[in-house]
Design a protein around this ligand. Structure first.
Ligand code: UT7
Length: 333
């Protein structure tokens, strides 16, 4: 019997319409387009506006498009894993809400929280359900409404984040396509540099936590930046080495979009030229779990069956990792 691998057989993204430009941010905080562009590479980001809308709504839109595109019936979905750092609520899981919103009644569904590495953690987890032959159709969706936890009076964080979602369908392949290898890491001692202080079990929400602005992302940028540069480059190099891949063998690097300078450093260490690096941070900023699937979605028409693709991410936790994918299809260009 041939080994089953987990192939990505479809990809779909969703970004909200509202565009928050660097120019508009200049009216909110003491910043300027030049600083934001040179320090991060970001020009604009999307914001989900509208009462009562959350990460589940963007995730549901992405999955609806994915099902249509891949001609998959909603009742065929076995499992939905939602990677999110901005769940609709603490519970129930956003994945359950999404399943309800799209009418997926034959599946089980859960969230996976690994901050900006959540999409990779979820993809690796989902692949095991396929490789073992347990399930045939697993959807991984990364969705974050970062604007819900960003303080738009704090210039060092509000310029970075945006809202967005992306979803992939995983199915069994008997021809060796799909996820080949993954390296995932965690170091919780990094939590002091990137976290959300209140609203959890340690510090439940109160008037005092609201007044102290403790429901917004806290980030000490420099230590996070340094750890991200080292970790993303290390892990990407490691996955190439252990799969005997040279830079020439790699068709695409798909990095988490947190800061263009982190992306450039990772590509440099891998020896991969910028023409092979997917970069859309200028349009969307850091959408946390949306970044990697949004890149794949935008580049889908340029991907060819058999392409070696390296996905890499770093985020709060700290968490980080890299996944090696052999692309499974030629899209209808
Ligand atoms: O996705 C999850 C993982 N997150 C990351 O990977 C993010 C990693 N960190 C970063 O990308 C960068 O650290 C930031 C983009 C957050 C900040 O860039 P930086 O080059 O590390 O700047 P900094 O925080 O060291 O600040 C340098 C200066 C400071 O001024 P002084 O103290 O030198 O006078 C800041 O106050 O830049 C100032 N500054 C700004 N100036 C204009 C900070 N934010 C802004 C701003 N506009 N928006």
């Amino acid at each position: 019997m041939r080994k089953i691998t987990a192939a990505i057989t479809g990809i779909q993204g969703y970004v909200p319409d509202y565009i928050l430009t660097n120019k508009e941010l200049e009216t909110l905080v003491d910043t300027n387009d030049e600083w934001i562009t040179t320090r991060t590479g970001i020009k604009e980001r999307r914001i989900l506006k509208g009462e009562g809308l959350g990460s589940s709504d963007m995730g549901a839109e992405a999955i609806k498009g994915l099902l249509e595109k891949t001609k998959t019936k909603v009742e065929e979905i076995d499992l939905i894993i939602c990677a999110t750092a901005t769940p609709d609520m603490i519970f129930p899981s956003t994945a359950c809400v999404i399943a309800d919103k799209i009418g997926a009644t034959n599946c089980f569904a859960y969230d996976l929280m690994a901050a900006c590495s959540g999409f990779l953690y979820s993809l690796a987890t989902a692949s095991k359900f396929i490789e073992t032959g347990t399930y045939k159709k697993v959807v991984v969706v990364g969705s974050d409404k970062m604007s819900s936890i960003v303080d738009y009076t704090e210039r060092s964080t509000c310029i970075i984040f945006g809202d967005g979602a992306g979803a992939v369908l995983l199915e069994p392949s008997e021809d060796g396509f799909g996820i080949q290898d993954s390296i995932l890491k965690a170091d919780g001692s990094g939590r002091e540099f990137l976290h959300l202080k209140a609203g959890g079990s340690v510090k439940p929400s109160s008037h005092a936590t609201v007044e102290a602005k403790e429901h917004f992302v806290f980030q000490d940028g420099q230590p996070v930046f340094k750890a991200a540069v080292k970790s993303m480059a290390d892990v990407s190099e490691e996955i190439m080495n252990r799969n005997n891949l040279t830079a020439d063998d790699v068709a695409w690097l798909v990095p988490h979009q947190a800061n263009k300078r982190i992306i450039d450093a990772t590509a440099k260490r891998m020896g991969v030229g910028e023409e092979k690096v997917m970069l859309n941070i200028q349009k969307y900023g850091n959408t946390t779990n949306g970044t990697i699937p949004l890149c794949l979605w935008e580049w889908e028409s340029q991907l060819n069956k058999g392409d070696n693709i390296i996905l890499a991410a770093f985020g709060g936790g700290f968490t980080w990792g890299s996944i090696y994918v052999k692309w499974a299809y030629n899209s209808n260009k």
